[in-house]
Design a protein around this ligand. Structure first.
Ligand code: ADP
Ligand code: MG
Length: 238
């Protein structure tokens, strides 16, 4: 599903956000990506849906070699990925229904297919009764459920969620996590950036940790593990 080989990402002004990431995620996995603020988690996520382009290295997502992908092929990639953000990124002047329908319109879904798909996604997150409300009338947890409905409406193979519970209270965060868990149980691969230790401990999944742009811990893949060698003063493969 995801294969990253020696991926480097430098931003302007000499910011080295990723310094050689090696990461493989198989179909159907649920992986937490953890690490301190500024360690490169969001950058890694953005590379996968081509919001940012890698400086070096190879990235394969859903069978696309995206490090070489042309701009005009990016929509093809995005169609296979659902994205969920910490701040929901909903269109506040549109209804819940319209927010989800919009995700289908932009990828050219036939008009007659849109309504049944939107209603099915809303049923999945148990928000059919809010279809005609504006996001501003909803709680934070409900808004996140709308954004999850928007992410799954096109039945993507992969969901990338960047701190999806970051703005929610612990109880609501747990409800949102259960929703992701159910989505994963249906076979959708999930990569979730999270700060929430409590959640990582409650719902066990593979954990990948990055530090200063490198993988320093990967529960599944021993060959990827890199540790800080005090005597050398740098990270080395172990
Ligand atoms: P995280 O999500 O783990 O907090 P980020 O991937 O957002 O980390 O950031 C990694 C590093 O890259 C940080 O030093 C951050 O300041 C820097 N960075 C992120 N985005 C940009 C950008 N668009 N331009 C320049 N530097 C950036
Ligand atoms: Mg981030």
């Amino acid at each position: 599903m995801i294969r990253m080989k020696n991926v480097v990402k430098n931003y302007s002004k000499g910011v080295k956000a990723l310094r050689g990431i090696n990461l493989t995620i198989e179909d159907g996995e649920f992986v937490y990506l953890v690490g301190a603020s500024g360690s490169g988690k969001s950058t890694l996520a953005k590379l996968l849906y081509r919001e940012e382009k890698a400086t070096k290295g190879q990235i394969e997502v859903c069978g696309h070699l995206i490090s070489k992908m042309k701009e005009r092929d990016i929509p093809k990639l995005r169609r296979q990925i659902g994205i969920v953000f910490q701040d929901f990124k909903l269109l506040m002047d549109r209804t819940v229904y319209e927010n989800i329908a919009y995700a289908l319109e932009v990828i050219g879904t036939e008009p007659e297919e849109i309504e049944p798909l939107v209603m099915q996604a809303l049923r999945y997150v148990e928000l059919e009764s809010k279809a005609n409300d504006k996001p501003t009338d909803l709680s934070g947890g409900e808004q996140q459920r709308v954004s999850i409905a928007r992410a799954i409406v096109n039945s993507p193979k992969l969901i990338i969620a960047d701190e999806p519970t970051g703005n929610l209270d612990p109880q609501t965060a747990l409800e949102i996590m259960r929703l992701f868990y159910r989505i994963n149980q249906k076979g959708t691969t999930i990569l979730m950036v999270t700060h929430n230790r409590g959640i990582v401990d409650k719902i066990r999944n593979r954990v990948v940790e990055i530090e200063q742009g490198k993988v320093v811990w990967d529960e599944n893949k021993d060959e990827n593990v890199i540790q800080y060698d005090v005597s050398l003063g740098e990270y080395v493969a172990v």
